[in-house]
Design a protein around this ligand. Structure first.
Ligand SMILES: *[C@@H]1O[C@H](CO)[C@@H](O)[C@H](O)[C@H]1NC(C)=O
Ligand SMILES: *[C@@H]1O[C@H](CO)[C@@H](O)[C@H](O)[C@H]1NC(C)=O
Length: 995
């Protein structure tokens, strides 16, 4: 028995031993499996992602065979975003890895050593599972910038090792768990930009190590818990835009380490606690957009590190404490939209650091602080909407960085100082509604970055300075309600970016310049209540973006331009109280958006046209005219015409019949798009010149003008200024690369001549397309639609002679030989047009702007004959015949353009080509003095070497020709034929002899 018992014992022993071995084996395996589990569990989570194609996670693959890779590490330790310690996952960082999925399969219980979890900036959604509380070793948890929704699990309060918790920028709702108060080690907590609701749990005050607390942009309610004042280490507190109510707890004054305090955009009320003056580290304090009352505590003068202070948009009262003058570091100070009264602190900007200062819309009185005069750091300043006073010419200095200054709506008096002209970074200057006198200093023309100038409702007088024409970036110019007199300066037409132009209620007189039609984006044009006279320029009809057009209460006469029918965006048109006559153009009635029209008190007659604009018109908008009729209460019906005197009746009948017919014809003409080409008639003789360039490109323009036109519209993005390569009297020139890769220059015309001449015009253009000469820019065709009229020319690479002369580098490339060639080329072109065409074609506008150069510097004359066709009745006389400085003197009294006018302009051009710029005052000397009186050097371009004797021998005869061209008596000038011949036989250039 005993042996049996012994055996049994041994057996038991062996069994136990075996079991132990088995167990320890299992144990060992179990230890090795922990990492395998981590990899498998993480891989399992990965398979739940909605997007598997995220390339960053391609390394996340399970190898079935061997749990260990070559380096002996558990496989997940080599995966992207994973860092291991002792073979276990310590850090998981998938920030910005395009992960789209949930945390439902996240291995919360398989990552026992995870300390850092960063899943920020992905597309994770769904709830945050409560199991997150199992990651007990977490130090860092960042789930920000995802789409997590629903509540923050209170279990997060178990993560007592957390130093950093970022849940910002999700869609979390529900209340903030009080358990966050358990996170005793937490330094950074961000919950901003979610939809969290409820009150801020006072337990937040227990997170005693907190440095950074941000909860802004949520839908919280209730007050700021005073317990936040216990966070003694807090450096940054953000509770803005969270719908908080109640007053600011005075306990916040205990946060002596606080550098940033954002409480703006809540419903905080009550007064600002005096204790905030204890925030001795504060640099940024933003309390704006609340309902705070009371005054600014004088203790704010102690905030010696304060750089940024926003108190705007509250209900603060009292005066702004003088103590703020002690804030030597202050950069930004916004107090606007309160009820502050009294004087501004005198010492503002003590150290020249203030850049942004806003006190607008308060009840401030007294003067601008004296210190501000030397505060050269200012960038933006707003004083508007107070009762500030003082002599404006004395209180401001020179601010080299100033962008924006608003002094409107105060009681400033005195004059505008010329020193404003030295604040050359100004983009906005607003001084409306004050008592400013004197005139606008011409130095305002130096403010070339100015976008907005509003001097309205003052007592400014004098003329509008032409220097304003320099302000080419101007978007809004408002000078209304002043005492300006004189004419409307033509140069205002240069402000082509203008959106808003109001010169109403002044004493401006004379005509409205036609070039105001350049404003491509203008939506408001108001010249009402002035003494403007003459016709309304038809160019106003080019302002296709204009919504409000008010020319009322002036002395305009003539007819309402039918071009107003182009103002497709017009909403309100006021032409009342002028002396306009004739009929109301029918097309105005058809304008789609016109809601309000007033033509009362003019001399208009005839029927009120039928259309949308006149649908709800009342007699008040039509009264006081000579003879309007129509089916409107207060007007006589048009049928009663027969009662009128016979003469009038006849006149009207003709108009009534002819105009609609003419209108319909013209309309169909315009809408269809009119294309002229060279296929039909020949007027000029065939070109004798063998160098005529072959060109069949524009056959398409002949047969399908609309397609051609569309192609040009596309190529220039509907005449986007990006493609603009120049600008002349008739319009802008655009470069268009067509589908065929051919490049053309498209001249977009400001307007065409009177419609009555249209047929003649088309004939003329037609003839011009037939001209072929190596020195004349080929005109391919003309297209006209309701929006645009364009002339299509050959494109020349080097642009105009004027442009080349403008750039020193380019001008130097034009040596004496090239210059003589240019003169010869132009002479040949003019001779051909004057003498080989029947009838002769006069250019009318020979200038260096119209001479274009090709790659070889060969001259090509552009715009032949078009001067005559365009701008026939422009207010700008020079457009009638040429450009100032080139026009023959006799034109001033004969007003007749002859070939001899071109000869004169050619003489000017020769001198310009030699001198490299317009000869100006040399012309009278060339005309009067005997040869030899002028130093030759004065006539030659200083940028080139003084010509050698051989070259001088070629230049001298050409200068003699120029003198004869400039003869005051047209009859004494030579013909172009003669000039062209003389130049041809002139001595060839030295180099040419070798050829
Ligand atoms: C995660 O990686 C990003 C850059 O890849 C880094 O900026 C961030 O600090 C990392 N987060 C953690 C917790 O290591
Ligand atoms: C703001 O808080 C009030 C209570 O103080 C609440 O009635 C209101 O709904 C809240 N508004 C938002 C947008 O959460």
């Amino acid at each position: 028995m005993s042996s049996l018992a012994v055996e049994k014992n041994i057996f038991s022993f062996i069994l136990v031993l075996l079991l132990y071995l088995l167990f320890s084996l299992l144990q060992e395996n179990g230890g090795a499996c922990a990492s395998a589990d981590e990899a498998a569990a993480l891989f399992n989570w990965k398979t739940s992602f909605q997007t598997q194609n995220t390339s960053l996670l391609t390394s996340w693959n399970l190898r079935p065979m061997n749990h260990k890779n070559a380096s002996g590490l558990p496989q997940q330790c080599t995966w992207f975003g994973i860092t291991c310690i002792n073979g276990s996952t310590n850090r998981l960082n998938l920030t910005n890895a395009s992960v789209k999925g949930t945390l439902y399969n996240f291995p919360f219980s398989s990552l026992p050593n995870l300390e850092y979890l960063d899943l920020s900036c992905n597309e994770l959604f769904g709830t945050m599972p409560p199991q997150i509380g199992n990651l007990s070793k977490l130090i860092y948890l960042n789930l920000s910038a995802n789409q997590f929704s629903q509540e923050i699990p209170p279990e997060i309060g178990y993560l007592t090792n957390l130093l950093v918790l970022h849940l910002r920028e999700n869609q979390l709702n529900g209340s903030i768990p009080a358990s966050l108060g358990n996170l005793k080690n937490l330094s950074y907590l961000s919950l901003y930009n979610n939809s969290l609701s409820g009150v801020i749990p006072p337990e937040i005050g227990n997170i005693s190590k907190l440095l950074y607390l941000r909860m802004s942009i949520n839908n919280l309610s209730g007050p700021i818990p005073p317990e936040i004042g216990k966070l003694a280490s807090l450096q940054s507190l953000g509770l803005s835009k969270t719908n908080l109510t109640g007053s600011i707890p005075k306990e916040l004054g205990n946060l002596t380490n606080l550098t940033i305090l954002y409480l703006f955009g809540n419903k905080l009320s009550g007064s600002i606690p005096r204790e905030l003056g204890n925030l001795k580290s504060i640099m940024t304090m933003e309390l704006q957009k609340n309902q705070l009352t009371g005054s600014i505590p004088t203790s704010f003068g102690n905030l010696s590190k304060l750089k940024t202070l926003f108190l705007n948009h509250n209900r603060l009262t009292g005066s702004i404490p003088q103590e703020l003058g002690k804030l030597t570091k202050l950069v930004v100070m916004a107090m606007d939209h309160n009820q502050f009264s009294g004087h501004l602190p005198q010492n503002l900007c003590p150290n020249g650091t203030l850049t942004y200062f806003a006190v607008h819309n308060n009840l401030l009185t007294g003067q601008i602080p004296r210190n501000l005069k030397n505060c050269s750091s200012l960038v933006r300043a707003r004083f508007s909407g107070n009762q500030l006073t003082g002599n404006l010419s004395e209180m401001f200095g020179i601010y080299p960085h100033l962008h924006f200054m608003d002094l409107s709506n105060n009681s400033f008096y005195g004059e505008l100082a010329s020193s404003w002209g030295r604040c050359t970074n100004l983009t906005t200057l607003l001084i409306a509604k004050n008592k400013i006198t004197g005139s606008i200093p011409p130095e305002f023309g130096n403010l070339t970055l100015l976008h907005v100038l509003d001097l309205s409702s003052n007592n400014l007088s004098g003329e509008i300075p032409i220097e304003l024409g320099n302000l080419i970036f101007m978007l809004k110019l408002d000078l209304h309600e002043n005492l300006f007199h004189g004419g409307v300066p033509q140069v205002l037409g240069l402000l082509t970016k203008l959106l808003y132009l109001d010169l109403s209620i002044n004493s401006l007189n004379g005509p409205l310049p036609g070039n105001l039609g350049y404003f491509q984006e203008l939506y408001l044009l108001n010249f009402s209540y002035n003494n403007l006279s003459q016709k309304i320029p038809i160019q106003i009809g080019r302002l296709t973006q204009v919504c409000l057009l008010d020319l009322s209460h002036n002395s305009f006469r003539g007819e309402i331009p039918s071009e107003f029918g182009n103002l497709q965006n017009l909403e309100a048109l006021n032409l009342s109280h002028n002396s306009l006559s004739g009929l109301i153009p029918k097309n105005i009635a058809q304008l789609p958006g016109l809601l309000k029209i007033d033509v009362s008190f003019n001399n208009l007659e005839g029927p009120v046209p039928y259309g949308k604009a006149f649908q709800n018109v009342t007699i008040q908008q039509l009264q006081g005219n000579r003879d309007l009729c129509g089916n409107i209460t207060g007007l006589q019906p048009c049928g009663s015409l027969s009662e009128k005197p016979v003469r009038k009746k006849g006149h009207k009948l003709i108009l009534l019949i002819v105009l609609p017919v003419l209108g319909a014809v013209l309309l169909s003409y315009v809408v269809a798009g009119v294309i002229i080409s060279s296929a039909r008639r020949k007027r000029c003789r065939r070109a004798k010149d063998g160098n005529v360039k072959d060109d069949d490109l524009f056959s398409r323009c002949i047969f399908d003008g609309k397609a051609m036109y569309r192609e040009i519209l596309e190529a220039t993005e509907a005449f986007n200024s990006f493609f603009c390569i120049g600008e002349g009297g008739y319009g802008r020139v655009y470069r268009a690369e067509l589908e065929s890769k051919k490049i053309v220059a498209v001249k977009r015309l400001h307007h065409l001549s009177e419609t009555a001449d249209r047929k003649a015009f088309l004939n003329e253009v037609n003839a011009l397309t037939e001209i072929k000469h190596r020195n004349i820019v080929k005109l391919h065709g003309f297209c006209s639609t309701a929006q645009h009229s364009i002339l299509v020319y050959d494109y020349l690479e080097r642009g105009s002679l004027a442009k080349v002369f403008h750039i020193d580098e380019e001008a130097k490339k034009l040596d004496w030989k090239k210059r003589v060639n240019i003169i010869k080329g132009v002479a040949h072109a003019l001779s051909y047009m004057h003498h080989d065409c029947s009838p002769p074609v006069v250019h009318r506008d020979i200038t260096s702007n119209n001479i274009l150069l090709d790659c070889d510097y060969e001259a090509h004359v552009s715009d032949f004959g078009t001067a005559k066709l365009l701008k026939k009745d422009s207010a700008n006389w020079s457009a009638l015949a040429g450009t100032y400085g080139y026009v023959a003197p006799e034109f001033a009294y004969t007003m007749k353009v002859t070939e001899k006018c071109d000869v004169y302009s050619f003489g000017v051009l020769i001198m310009e080509v030699f001198k490299g710029k317009h000869p100006r005052d040399l012309i009278p000397r060339l005309q009067s003095s005997a040869p030899g009186d002028i130093e030759l050097e004065d006539l030659l371009d200083q940028r080139l070497q003084y010509p050698a004797q051989k070259i001088l021998e070629i230049l001298m005869p050409i200068i003699r020709i120029a003198r004869s061209c400039l003869h005051v008596d047209p009859q004494s000038r030579p013909t172009m034929h003669f000039i062209s011949r003389s130049l041809s036989v002139a001595t060839p250039f030295p180099g040419d002899l070798d050829k």
